[in-house]
Each structure stands twice: as structure tokens, then as C-alpha cells.
Unconditional design. Sequence first.
Length: 380
Amino acid sequence: MIFLKTQSKEQIDEYQNLLKITASLSNLFSENTIPYLYYRIAENAFCRAFTADNLSRSDCSADAKKNNDGIGLKTFHEKNGKTMQKIAEFNKTRNLYKSFLTDKVRLVKEISKSRNKRITSTMAIYSIKNIIYHCVTRKHNELIIYEQSMDLVDIDNIKLDTASSNNVIYFNDNRNEYSFNISKSTLFKRFCTPDKLLTIPVEIVEDPFYLLKSLLSSSDAVYEESVQKASVVLPLYSETSAKYKYVPEKSGLNQWNAGGRARKAREVYIRIPAWIHRSFENFFPDRDTPFKLNLPNSKTIDAKICQGGDKALMSNPNTDLGEWILDEILKVNEEELVTYEMLQEIGIDSVEIVKEEDGLYSIYFKEIGCFDDFEEECIR
């Protein structure tokens, strides 16, 4: 699938102009003739030009989505047209593969398995049918656009390269070349870029500071204050006093396994730590007050705050949330317990809840460690 070929000429022209304008200001950062393009700016330009959903708030394998297409945006120096670029980090899930460090074949298979799960879970979360890389590469005074498929690693056909060392393992699966840096826990893929879709000439402004100063001092300049929506991060796990993370067997994502009454197979809730309510008073509505919850796949479900101490975010019916998380994302069988290791395999262990307006919220998955960072920032 070539995403760019399905877009209108007007949108493509807008995209080229946004990239050209941004890259022309490269002297703000460097005196190199190779344009500078910060990856977040490239993502925002892409989403604005093509009216795509920006997925940067959620930690997943795609940066943008339009209709059923997922796009991973890459920006890098063109060099020789076949460079290795980082595609995934696994430092926060090192415990899943550290026992295989002496077995290189087993190690890259485990890493590839986790990589594949991250891609397939992203596709499930956002109802994506096709997923590609959209690459913006940089050369002297120009930007070049390429696209290629975001393939799953063919684990059965993995072969190690003789160039491998003690720290870097090079391998291929007959479709793509990869490398895994053991010390950095980082997976790289070789991006071969022979087929150009667009070439964008860039004229770098000699003095961008003067240009910006002139723009901002103009009486016609318009300033808009962006409003930051309130949000909280909630864990999908519990934690012992020794900081050991686990998914309880009879609560949270395994509430269906609790006793006390007959339970439905996909009954779950998301735990709300007590300090969240103290620190973010009135963020959530009162207990049992219904509200709408937007899912990343464009569906909306009914939800409410439940249980003593308002400790649970549940859907109504309380199986809707479970069917989404357990069936579509984690793909666990009925009566199969969710474990923290399952969350680690797809690289997420928390969710962000964004308050769009009274009675309407959105939910996004967050990468491992996000709740820890959020808690530290809020209580320090």
C-alpha cells in the first residue's frame, strides 16, 4: 500500500509546503546544508495536511492514522539510502529476555516476537488494517519522501549474520535486515529507499531569527492560547511494597475471576489509586454517574466510577471494557489470567484518561513506566 498515492493533490501540496517551510528554518539549530527536521514537527505536518489522527499521545507502533491505515513516521539522514534506523526499544522489558542473552538465536526470536505483538496490538487498538512506514529523509538542500510496508518479522526464517558481535546481533528474515543492540536494548531495521515518491527542494533561510522577529512583531500577528486538557494516568497493575508489579488474580483485569457472586467472562475494571482523587479533585464524576469513554478505535462506550473509595473505572455493561482489552488487545482466552508479563510483551502497562469535557473522556494506552513517572511528578 502506498498511502501518498491515495491522497489529493491539494493535500500533498500542503504537506510539501509545510515541510519546506519548517526545513527552511534549519539554521535555528545548525549551519549544515542538510535540512533539520524534528520528528514531532514532521508528525504534526503530516496529520495537519492529510487530516489524519495524531497518535503521539498514545505509545504504539503507529504515529498517525487515517481511515484504516496506520502510519509510522520516520525522519533521518538519507546518507547512502540503506541505513539502519531504530524502530523499537525494549529496555523496560529486559527481564523478559535477559535469560537468553547467551543464546543469540533465541534472543532475537524473543525480541522479534515482542516487536510483532506491539504491531498487532497497535492495529487492534486503533482498528488498523494496513500499516506502513512513511519516511522523510534529508539530503543537501532537499527532503525525499519514501514509503514501505511495516512488516512483521518472519520468525521462522530468521538467520543471523556473520557480522554480529558480542553486543550487536545482525539478522534477517528474507524480507528485511535488522540489528539488535544488546546493551541499549534497541531494535534497528535497515531502510532501503530506492523509490522516491516526492523530492522537496529546501532553501535554508540564512537568518531565521530575523525572520521570526519580523513575523512576531507584525501588528497582524495572531496569537492563540492552546488549552491543555486535563488528564490522569492509571496503572493496569498493582504493586507490592517491594515495587514488584503484578496483575491481581481476582481484581482489575482479572475481575472476572473474583468470588462473591456469579461473574461474566469479560468483567474487568481499571484501578484508580486513592491519591488520584485527592490530587485531581472533581476530575471524575461522582460514583455511579454515567459518562462516555472514547476508545482509540473510534468507538464510544458507557462508563462510570464504582466500588468503595471510588477505586474502579468500569464500563456499563461491565464487559464492554473487558471485551476490548482482553479480546481485541491482549487476545487472551476465556478463564486465562492476565499477567504483568503479557502487558510487558506489548510494551504497555497503564492508560491515560483525558477529560475532553464534562461527561466525555478518552482513553489511551501508555508505555511501561508512564504511571511511575506520572506519580513521581504529581507527589514530589
